[in-house]
Design a protein around this ligand. Structure first.
Ligand SMILES: [Zn+2]
Ligand SMILES: [Zn+2]
Ligand SMILES: [Zn+2]
Length: 328
């Protein structure tokens, strides 16, 4: 008869105890069906629980129930300042992977099987009576795409076997979480804000995060080619060589300027210090541009004409090919 893998048993007070921490003379039961477990140690180095043959229990149920209880226990332990939780995350600015640490008291309580709108979440962590996070355990079925997009809370999905191996190291298989940033992007975001502050550009006019969904204007910084001051510069939908007036309210350094090289007028970033126009090719198109990965939304023909006219010099041909590859 097939034996179930039982990584954790319940002690007499209903607390999960791993097989390796179990004491020889105490009794433990299956977290799923309550059958008495046999604690095997003896000569075999790896201790484990043996489960009696049963029709009322299954390997899937044991792993699912165990993982749920472990997550609830980790959240409760976090609420009483005993466990910090590591959440493997990726930076929403640059995509780099990093480990975020959820500090003590990220959660103030936790519960299993909580109804959330039309769904039930495996485990929910609360912070001051509000749902802070839902955790779904992936065992045999992943969270389907409908639930994934309709769950009205922050949530993540964890593999049952990962939870059982290390309950406080969370490596989500899918998630909907607040945007998080790596250390260097966090610093860069602060730096952009400080430069914009220095030149009196109000923070509500732009986003320092390079995501076109967050704001009409996205900010970064650039060193003015003329006066060498570090100045704020902006991306918006319509660049490069945007001839239509950009939406209001706009940063005051965006001005309608004539350009001989371009052969007409367009809305350009200007230096907050010396008022000089900062070329669109340097801001948006070249490989070293602060906004090189942001979408270019100007009229293709207009862009193409503008770019061929504006780019000159040794690097013109390769730069032009990059632009062609990016846009067409
Ligand atoms: Zn069982
Ligand atoms: Zn980053
Ligand atoms: Zn300047």
């Amino acid at each position: 008869m097939e034996n179930f893998k039982v990584p954790y048993g319940l002690d007499s007070s209903g607390i999960l105890i791993s097989a390796s921490n179990a004491e020889k003379h105490k009794a433990y039961t299956c977290p799923c069906c309550n059958s008495q477990l046999v604690h095997r140690s003896g000569e075999v180095r790896v201790k484990h629980f043996a489960h009696p043959t049963s029709l009322n229990c299954s390997q899937e149920s044991i792993l699912h129930i165990t993982a749920k209880k472990l997550i609830e226990a980790v959240m409760l332990s976090n609420s009483s300042s005993q466990t910090k939780i590591n959440l493997s995350s990726h930076c929403h600015q640059c995509g780099v992977k990093f480990n975020a640490v959820l500090p003590y008291k990220t959660f103030t309580s936790a519960r299993q099987e909580v109804p959330v709108s039309e769904y039930v979440c495996d485990v929910v962590g609360y912070r001051n009576n509000e749902i802070a996070l839902g955790v779904e355990i992936l065992n045999t079925h992943e969270v389907d795409s409908k639930k994934a997009s309709n769950l009205p809370i922050h949530w993540l999905e964890l593999k049952a076997e990962d939870v059982i191996a290390t309950p406080n190291q969370w490596n989500p298989t899918q998630s909907k979480l607040k945007s998080s940033f790596c250390k260097s992007c966090k610093e860069h975001i602060k730096h952009v804000q400080s430069i914009a502050d220095k030149w009196n550009i109000e923070r509500n006019l732009y986003s320092p995060i390079k995501n076109p969904k967050l704001s009409v204007y996205v900010a970064d910084t650039e060193t003015c080619f003329n006066c060498k001051e570090e100045i704020p510069v902006f991306w918006w939908r319509g660049v490069p060589f945007c001839e239509q007036e950009p939406p209001e309210p706009k940063p005051k350094t965006i001005k309608f300027r004539n350009s001989k090289q371009y052969g007409g007028k367009y809305w350009a970033n200007t230096c907050a210090s010396c008022n000089m126009t900062q070329g669109d090719n340097y801001l948006y198109i070249f490989e070293s541009s602060p906004f090189k990965n942001m979408p270019l939304t100007g009229k293709a023909a207009n862009q193409k004409a503008g770019i061929t006219r504006v780019i000159s010099g040794k690097s013109a041909a390769p730069e032009f090919m990059k632009v062609i590859n990016r846009n067409f």
